[in-house]
Design a protein around this ligand. Structure first.
Ligand code: XMP
Length: 517
């Protein structure tokens, strides 16, 4: 890798956005937690520049996180953001204080001095909108630094030691609410770190194909294909890299949506000619799930049964040396917990955990460095259709977690499938599918009274949900217009026997979750 920016994470909620901004300008970067970044790590990583992220701590507290001192003596450009600015100031001899007056949200900075970091964005005397989120602020800047922008709440909104290429910003340039933030980060990377760009998804694809070939040699690779974006992209990439050394296994748990499994099999086996086992285990899953209504128990049953079936099929097919997984970059970062303490399990998301050890397989994880939308880009690069790469996320346990309090029977699944298909069809027809992050229907365990024609009905109620989100961690309910909701409700009640009432879920996450269980 010729060009590289190292992002040191102090635990900000938006650190990943820094990486997004850097990659968007054609430069590869990685995020690493502050306490893993040692002197030798930095030497091996050989970055062109370093960005220190924000974080929830206060540098005024004893024992709060610090950047490795080496960072400031190796002659590399450093950009400190919020907490990153404050720790830089503190470590270089300046002062940071907590203030009564906290500053959150939109603010304006005044450009005090021209600087290379403002190249093509603004000049001395201009006023620029930024997004602030801080309690502490810098009160004394270290020797060699000067103030290049100020705001009402943060007199040291941007400081710089241009000779040493150190820059500190009190606000968050990585978020969309700082309109010129991306350009500021770009200037840091290009003008200050001297990067030339050129990193793109097609370079990533070529490099990854080489890496897979090197790792796998003449070995055999298994890939659990669910038809979701991640596993589809992994399968397509591996197929391009190693052809028939790949074997995809699609464990059909019978909890998929209408015609979903058929279309995945058609596409991968018949159009893409990917070697594939399609194992219909729906009866087995349904019998194991019989009478179970507890969401976590359902997940455990599905996870364990999935692994059993997968293992049996893989052994029947002669086993393999590697297992391919669609682990993404956010999964990798989230699994590094440096703040200490265990995070609370809200829901266990099932995957093929435990299988690699059981079957003595090594892991191939070609998406480990990518964000979700980059995976989509890679999918397009590999020739996957928009229908596959643009798909909404769908949970591993499928429709089983979309019928709270309901027994999972073929009849109930069919009712839900039909209603879900109408809902998604109407969303697509209205041209809203890509605006919505995820849309789903939930079959409720209540029957309600209705009147249809001249007779009384006593059928299930259905809840519709649609959310906007960037990563699934937080979400807002989607604001459909009432006419659209009315149309969907009419169609579902007219066309799906068993449902006589439709509601729309207007809960955001938090406090709700996206799925109902
Ligand atoms: P929640 O409901 O936790 O969902 O707000 C966030 C995202 O995760 C999906 N989800 C799952 N995915 N196994 C999965 O593979 C699961 O058990 C599971 N539960 C929720 C959900 O659909 C949403 O995209």
């Amino acid at each position: 890798m010729s060009e590289n920016i190292l992002i040191i994470d102090f635990g900000s909620q938006v650190t990943q956005l820094i990486a997004r901004r850097v990659r968007e300008c054609g430069i590869y970067c990685e995020i690493h937690p502050f306490n893993k970044v040692t002197d030798s790590f930095i030497k091996d990583f050989a970055p062109n520049g370093i960005i220190l992220s924000g974080g929830p701590s206060s540098v005024t507290e004893k024992g709060s996180p610090r950047a490795a001192e080496y960072i400031f003596s190796m002659g590399l450009p450093v950009l400190g953001i919020c907490y990153g600015q404050q720790t830089m100031v503190e470590q270089l001899g300046g002062k940071v204080e907590s203030s009564e007056k906290r500053e959150f949200g939109r603010a304006f900075i005044h450009i005090e001095k021209n600087s290379i970091i403002f190249n093509g964005i603004c000049k001395q005397g201009d006023k620029k909108q930024v997004w602030m989120s801080h309690g502490d602020h810098v009160t004394v800047i270290p020797k060699g630094f000067s103030v290049i922008a100020s705001s009402e709440g943060a007199p040291f909104a941007i400081i710089a030691d241009e000779a040493r290429h150190f820059y500190g910003v009190q606000f968050h340039p990585e978020v969309a609410h700082t309109p010129d933030g991306a350009a500021l980060i770009k200037n840091f990377a290009y003008k200050i770190c001297g990067c030339k760009g050129g990193w793109s998804m097609s370079t990533f694809r070529d490099r990854e194909i080489e890496k897979i070939r090197e790792q796998v040699g003449s070995g055999r690779v298994l890939c659990g294909l669910s038809g979701g974006v991640d596993s589809s992209v992994v399968a397509a990439l591996l197929h391009e890299a190693i052809g028939d050394q790949l074997l995809c296994v699609l464990v059909d748990h019978g909890l998929m949506r209408l015609n979903e499994t058929e279309s995945i099999v058609n596409f991968f086996r018949d159009e893409f000619h990917v070697p594939m086992i399609h194992c219909d285990a729906s009866e087995l899953f349904l019998s194991k799930l019989k009478d179970e209504i507890d969401p976590e128990k359902k997940r455990k049953i599905i996870g364990a049964t999935f692994i059993d079936v997968f293992e049996k099929e893989a052994k029947k097919a002669g086993g393999a040396d590697f297992l391919a997984q669609g682990t993404l970059y956010p999964d990798v970062i989230e699994s590094v917990n440096f703040v200490g303490g265990k995070s609370i399990t809200i829901k266990t998301h099932h995957n093929v955990g435990g299988l690699p050890e059981r079957m003595n397989m090594k892991l191939v994880e070609p998406l480990r460095e990518l964000f979700k939308d980059e995976v989509r880009q890679l999918g397009r690069e590999l020739g996957l259709s928009e229908e596959i790469v643009g798909r909404h996320p769908f949970p591993g346990p499928g429709l089983a977690v979309r019928m709270p309090g309901q027994k999972i029977t073929k009849e109930n699944l069919n009712i839900l499938r039909k209603a879900d298909a109408i809902y998604i069809d109407e969303i697509k027809k209205a041209g809203l599918y890509d605006e919505i992050w995820q849309a789903l229907a939930v079959l409720l365990p209540v029957r309600t009274v209705g009147v249809m024609g001249d007779s009384r009905s006593y059928d299930y109620a259905l809840a519709l949900r649609a959310v906007t989100s960037t990563d699934g961690m937080t979400a807002d309910f989607y604001q459909f217009n009432h006419e659209f909701l009315g149309r969907v409700s009419n169609r579902i009640i007219n066309e799906v026997k068993g449902i006589n009432r439709v509601t729309y879920d207007i809960t955001s996450k938090p406090p709700g979750t996206i799925e109902w269980e």
